[in-house]
Design a protein around this ligand. Structure first.
Ligand code: HEC
Ligand code: HEC
Length: 379
């Protein structure tokens, strides 16, 4: 009897083992026989980089691989402009971290503008978009860009997408039923793609993770200059470039290197609050916000020039010279532009400036600017 039970047990075990060797049946079937499979996308996720804030998708947005792929195609497809000549990727160029690589101010469908093309990455952690922060969601951003830069006209352009089976298939997968193409879905797909554009693989990041070391120049540039306020420096009184107040993260635990808020960094005189570009003042109507702009990203700053909202500085050297000896003293200078009243820090030696620039160049993310995930899918 015991033997029979043992044998039975063994047999069951072998049977179960054999069962598990069989390949799993496919979970879902994209074989055309089930029409519903056309309306189900593949979930996608974004990994949280080291010392970055948590990954929280904007309300109402989900990521699918098909949505991201669709967004990437739309980003590079000039069909979204009314004369089929301009795509997002015309101005936002990967090798320049999606800035435009050279133009002081951008020229769009309607003609020359007064603003420099900003780079695009780490939008997931932004709450306000554009130099003046006029929109607060990545999809509203895309709609503004579609109309404002490319003269997107839905009734003329949507049928062109509907005539392309790759697009119609991706829209179904990305957004489910009813599977039609709308301006909102176009903006959402562009938003999904842009949210996946994360830049967190610079030398600076490797140093933060303990996987690389700064050169002595880079180290001085970061720890002794960028991060030091000369008015509070007890070890070396008077030494420091005081950049971190605006160009670091709001939390000391994070390394996004942007505070995502607005300042007047004393570029212009602003006498009587008059500025060539009011910036935030255009959005709020408050004269104290005139000449106030969103702090730009300094990650990848080596490749995003020319610099400032109007691209007035061609080189990083010009920017550092400006903070040291070129500040104006506008009535609404940011409280953290502590040296505006004296025209700049006036304390940086040529070596200090070189060290500061050496540090800024450690923020270049070569993986990001060459990552095939973000390149033009039509090439
Ligand atoms: C003709 C050049 C041009 C085209 C085309 C263009 N942009 Fe831009 N983009 C700019 C300029 C210039 C700004 C800054 C405008 C401003 O602040 O008023 C900008 C700003 C942005 C920003 C804000 C970044 C930030 O940090 O706030 C994002 C995101 C962006 N564009 C995405 C897009 C998308 C998506 C498209 C395609 C639908 C697009 N752009 C098309 C030139 C362009
Ligand atoms: C009070 C806040 C503040 C401080 C302090 C500050 N900046 Fe800025 N910075 C800004 C703002 C705002 C802009 C954009 C201004 C504009 O275009 O009108 C800017 C622009 C820049 C740019 C141009 C980026 C681009 O893509 O156009 C660089 C580079 C830069 N700052 C580096 C520095 C350095 C280096 C220091 C320290 C010496 C510093 N900043 C101190 C707020 C600040």
């Amino acid at each position: 009897m015991k033997k029979t039970i043992a044998l039975f047990g063994l047999l069951t075990f072998v049977l179960i083992a054999l069962q598990q060797c069989k390949p799993d049946p496919p979970l879902c079937c994209d074989n055309g026989s089930d029409p519903d499979s056309l309306y189900v996308g593949t979930p996608d996720t974004i990994l949280r980089p080291f010392k970055f804030p948590p990954v929280e998708l904007p309300a109402g947005m989900t990521l699918t691989k098909e949505g991201v792929q669709l967004g990437r195609m739309l980003f590079y497809d000039p069909v979204l402009s009314s004369d089929s000549t301009i795509a997002c990727g015309t101005c936002h160029i990967q090798q320049f971290a999606f800035a435009d690589g050279g133009k002081a101010v951008s020229q769009n469908f309607f003609g020359p503008t007064k603003r420099n093309t900003p780079p695009i990455f780490n939008m997931l952690w932004s709450k306000k978009f554009f130099w003046d922060g006029r929109v607060t969601t990545i999809t509203a951003q895309a709609i503004d860009a579609l109309h404002g830069e490319q003269n997107f006209i839905a009734p003329a352009i949507v049928p062109k997408l509907e005539a392309d089976s790759t697009y119609t298939a991706l829209f179904k997968k990305a957004f489910g039923r009813p599977g039609n193409i709308t301006e909102e879905k176009i903006a959402n797909a562009l938003g999904q793609f842009m949210l996946t554009m994360v830049s967190s693989e610079s030398k600076f990041d490797s140093v933060m993770r303990g996987q690389a070391a700064f050169t002595p120049e880079e180290s001085r540039g970061f720890f002794d200059l960028f991060l030091k306020d000369p008015t509070l420096n007890t070890t070396n009184p008077g030494v420091g470039a005081d950049c971190f107040h605006c160009h670091s993260s709001t939390s000391a635990n994070y390394v996004t290197m942007i505070d995502d808020v607005f300042h007047n960094n004393a570029l212009d005189d602003g006498t009587n609050f008059v500025y060539a570009d009011k910036g935030l003042g255009d959005v709020t109507g408050n004269q104290l916000d005139n000449g106030v702009f969103k702090t730009p990203h300094i990650r990848n700053v080596e490749v995003t020039g020319p610099y400032m909202h109007d691209g007035r500085f061609a080189a990083l050297q010009d920017v550092v010279n400006f903070y040291n000896e070129g500040l104006k003293n506008p009535p609404n200078a940011d409280p953290n532009m502590k040296f505006a009243h004296q025209g700049g820090l006036h304390s940086l030696t040529p070596q200090d400036k070189a060290d500061l620039i050496a540090f800024l160049k450690t923020l270049t993310d070569h993986k990001f600017i060459t990552n095939p995930k973000f390149s033009n899918p039509f090439e």
